[in-house]
Write a protein that binds this ligand. Structure first.
Ligand code: PBG
Length: 321
């Protein structure tokens, strides 16, 4: 005799729906969007585009209409605009600032408008900060640039700035910098645990990255779980309003650890490679695309994410309604 039969709770669709533990809500999804002077499809991310200013406004309107939680903007400058300091990152007329203004003009406060606060798209060498003579990214000099960038993004209308460069102390200095210019209303989504991941590959095409080499002296070693928690605790102590774990799907242990201790909302970023692998397999007919998309995002929510950044956000919101 088998006394306990969990299968009783899996008998019908209605029963399974009744006992389901998590469900993905459109309002917890954030769409990452690339803004550039000229739009173009990103070949390594089928279905994802770099949008021009008009395009990005339309995307934001659609995101608001389907009830998404927010959008996260990345700026893609022209190659000749890049310099060794990444100065377009904080220029008033920089592409990201123009994109933020266009989006706020289109959606106002109907959507939470977030900005990536990092220099890699804007530097000629492709690193997330300024290089010392020996080629190492200079932590403290980079911090000053992040503060300028966060203020420029706030001025352009960002509700949330999102330091993703993994410099030590970045949350603390950005908070002080924003408060110093009277922008205590702008929130900080801190990339607490960001790993040096091969799954960012397609993103680098998306932002026409100039990077040679790698980011292993500032992004985390994929082998380290405890360190993810340490980074999260530091960001909380520095005043982060929300935390992010990135990538998402291969770092569910880190995400669960962070969610267990965080007293602020926890986001997870399903990155470009996670997107492109499913799209590529689905295009070959090797995987059921819709089911894989839904399963991958559900798993991230199950592990503890309150917020999920995913390139499928708009499409998923359509199914979930
Ligand atoms: C850095 C940044 C990266 C991503 C988001 N912000 C790239 C990197 O660290 O190399 C990757 C996102 C993705 O792969 O979808 N500004």
């Amino acid at each position: 005799m088998i006394p306990i039969r969990p299968r009783r709770l899996r008998t019908t669709p209605a029963m399974r729906r009744l006992v389901r533990e998590v469900a993905v809500r459109p309002s917890q999804l954030v769409l990452p969007v690339f803004v550039a002077d000229e739009g173009a499809e990103i070949s390594s991310m089928p279905g994802v585009w770099r949008h021009d200013l008009d395009g990005v406004s339309r995307v934001a309107e659609r995101a608001a209409a389907v009830g998404l939680g927010g959008i996260m903007l990345f700026g893609v400058p022209r190659d000749y605009e890049k310099d060794d300091r990444g100065s377009q990152g904080w220029a008033e007329g920089g592409i990201l600032q123009r994109g933020l203004r266009a989006v706020r003009a289109a959606v106002g406060d109907d959507l939470v408008v977030m900005a990536d606060t990092c220099l890699d798209e804007f530097t000629s060498h492709g690193h997330c900060g300024m290089l010392r003579d020996d080629g190492v990214v200079d932590n403290d000099e980079t911090l000053a640039a992040y503060v300028s960038m966060a203020i420029a993004q706030a001025d352009a209308g960002a509700h949330v700035v999102s330091p993703s460069g993994m410099m030590d102390g970045q949350v603390e200095v950005i908070r002080a910098g924003l408060d110093g210019v009277g922008r205590d209303d702008v929130a900080i989504l801190a990339y607490a645990a960001k790993y040096a991941s091969s799954f960012y590959g397609p993103f680098r095409e998306a932002v026409t990255s100039s990077l040679q080499g790698d980011r292993r002296s500032y992004q985390q070693d994929p082998a380290n779980r405890r360190e993810g928690l340490r980074e999260a605790e530091l960001d909380l102590a520095e005043g982060a309003d929300m935390l992010m774990v990135k990538p998402a799907g291969y770092y569910l242990d880190v995400l669960a650890d962070v969610a267990a201790v965080s007293d602020v909302p926890v986001a997870a970023y399903q990155v470009s490679g996670e997107y492109s692998m499913v799209e590529a397999a689905a295009a070959q007919g090797w995987i059921d695309r819709t089911a894989a998309v839904e399963e991958s995002v559900t798993a991230i929510v199950r592990a503890g994410a309150d917020i999920v950044l995913t390139y499928w956000a708009e499409e998923m919101a359509g199914w979930l309604k």
